[in-house]
Design a protein around this ligand. Structure first.
Ligand SMILES: NC(=O)c1ccc[n+]([C@@H]2O[C@H](COP(=O)([O-])OP(=O)(O)OC[C@H]3O[C@@H](n4cnc5c(N)ncnc54)[C@H](OP(=O)(O)O)[C@@H]3O)[C@@H](O)[C@H]2O)c1
Length: 338
C-alpha cells in the first residue's frame, strides 16, 4: 500500500509517499481500499510540529477516509465486500488501504461521491456537535462562524441554514462573494476589519447568539465580547498559531498567552456560556458520533447538505494540497486521492 508520511516537522515538502505492506484486518476490523482521504487543519499543524495530539513524527496522519470494503475481519457482521463506506479514523488516513474498527464505518448512499463522503466526518461532526448537541441552535439565532469558507465553516453554514439561523461569516475577502451566494448574511474580512466592531454594527449592538471560533488567542476574547445575553462561545482550535508554513514557537507562546481566562463569577454575571470542543478527544463516544454521521449522510443524500469539495490532489502532490490550504486558497474541503 501507499501512505503519505510526515518525514519530519516542517514545510509542506516534508510530506513523502512511501510503500508499506498492506495490513490484514483483525477481529472486529475491516480494511478499506481508500478512494479519498480528507485533509484537516489539524494535519497541517501536525506537519508543522504544533499539534500535541499527533503521533510522534515520523507518522501518518489523516482523520477520515472513504472507499470500498476490501477485507473483513473475524466477527464483523453487517459489512459486505465491495460496499462503499466512509469512516473516521484515529490517524493513519493518508493511505491507500486502511484497517479500521468496523464500528467506525458507515455506508455511503447511492449518489454521494467518494470525495464528498471523505469531506464529512470531521467537518460535519464538529459543526454538528457544536451547533446541535452543545450549542442548542435555534431558528432565528444569529451565529458568527469564523473561517466560514473552510471545511468546518461550510458544514456549519449548511446546518445553520437547515435550522433557520442566520450566519455572519469571517473569511478572506476574495471568498465573500461565494459565501453570500451560499447564504451567509454578512461577511467580515477578519484580517483587515475588526470583527468585534463589525458584529456590533451589524447587530445594532446586540451581539450574536453563538460564535464558532477556531482562530484562538485574542480572537476568543473578542468572540466572547461579541455575544448577546445567553450567548455561547464554542472554542475548538487555534489556527492563529500557524503563522507561516514552519513552526514558530514564539507565535504559539504568544497565542497561548493571549488566551482568555474565564472566571466563574464573570460568566454567571454575564449570562454567557463558554464551551470547548475537540473531536479528537471523543473516541470514547464513537457510538454517538456514528449515530450523528448516519443522520448527516441522510441529509447529504437528500440534498439538504452539500459537502463542498474544492479540489482533490493525488498522493504525490500532498505537499501542494497542504500549501493550497495554508495559502488560504481553499473554499471548502481538500481531499487526497491515492
Ligand atoms: N476541535 C475540533 O474538534 C476541530 C475539528 C475540526 C477543525 N478544527 C479547527 O477548525 C479550524 C478550521 O478547520 P478546517 O479543517 O475547517 O479548515 P480548512 O478547511 O483547512 O480551512 C482553512 C481556512 O482557515 C482559514 N484560516 C484561518 N487561520 C488560518 C491560518 N493561520 N493559516 C491558514 N488558514 C487560516 C483560511 O480561510 P480564510 O482565507 O477565509 O481565512 C483557510 O482557508 C482549524 O483551526 C482546525 O484546527 C477543530
Amino acid at each position: 500500500m501507499r501512505q503519505i508520511w510526515i518525514s519530519k516537522a516542517g514545510a509542506p515538502s516534508v510530506l513523502e509517499v512511501r510503500e508499506a505492506p498492506t495490513p490484514e484486518p483483525g477481529p472486529g476490523e475491516v480494511r478499506v481500499a481508500v478512494r479519498a482521504a480528507g485533509i484537516n487543519f489539524a494535519d497541517i499543524m501536525a506537519r508543522m510540529g504544533i499539534y500535541p495530539d499527533a503521533p510522534p513524527i515520523p507518522c501518518v496522519v489523516g482523520y477520515e477516509v472513504s472507499g470500498v470494503v476490501e477485507a473483513i475481519g473475524e466477527g464483523v457482521t453487517g459489512r459486505t465486500l465491495g460496499e462503499r463506506v466512509f469512516a473516521a479514523t484515529r490517524f493513519g488516513g493518508y493511505t491507500s488501504d486502511l484497517v479500521v474498527p468496523a464500528a467506525q464505518v458507515v455506508p455511503i448512499p447511492e449518489g454521494v461521491s467518494f470525495e464528498a463522503a471523505a469531506a464529512i466526518p470531521v467537518n460535519y461532526l464538529t459543526a454538528w456537535y457544536m451547533l446541535i448537541h452543545l450549542g442548542n441552535l435555534q431558528p432565528g439565532d444569529r451565529v458568527l462562524v469564523h473561517a466560514a469558507a473552510g471545511g468546518v465553516g461550510q458544514a456549519a453554514l449548511q446546518i445553520c441554514k437547515w435550522r433557520g439561523a442566520e450566519v455572519i461569516g469571517t473569511a478572506s475577502a476574495p471568498k465573500h462573494a461565494r459565501l453570500r451566494e451560499y447564504g451567509v448574511a454578512h461577511c467580515i474580512d477578519y484580517r483587515n476589519q475588526d470583527f468585534e466592531e463589525e458584529v456590533k454594527r451589524l447587530t445594532n449592538g446586540e451581539g450574536v447568539d453563538i460564535v464558532l471560533d477556531a482562530v484562538g488567542g485574542t480572537s476568543f476574547k473578542k468572540s466572547y465580547r461579541s455575544l448577546n445575553d445567553l450567548g455561547r462561545l464554542l472554542m475548538f482550535g487555534a489556527s492563529s498559531f500557524a503563522t507561516g508554513k514552519k513552526r514558530s514557537i514564539l507565535a504559539a507562546v504568544k497565542g497561548v498567552m493571549a488566551m482568555p481566562r474565564f472566571g466563574a463569577i464573570g460568566l454567571m454575571n454575564d449570562n454567557k456560556g463558554v464551551i470547548g470542543f475537540n473531536l479528537g478527544h471523543l473516541w470514547g463516544r464513537i457510538d454517538l458520533s456514528v449515530k450523528y454521521l448516519q443522520q448527516i449522510i441522510e441529509l447529504v443524500a437528500d440534498g439538504t447538505f452539500t459537502p463542498r469539495v474544492d479540489r482533490s490532489f493525488p498522493f504525490d502532490q500532498a505537499g501542494d494540497a497542504h500549501s493550497y490550504i495554508q495559502d488560504r486558497k481553499n473554499f471548502g474541503k481538500i481531499v487526497l486521492t491515492p
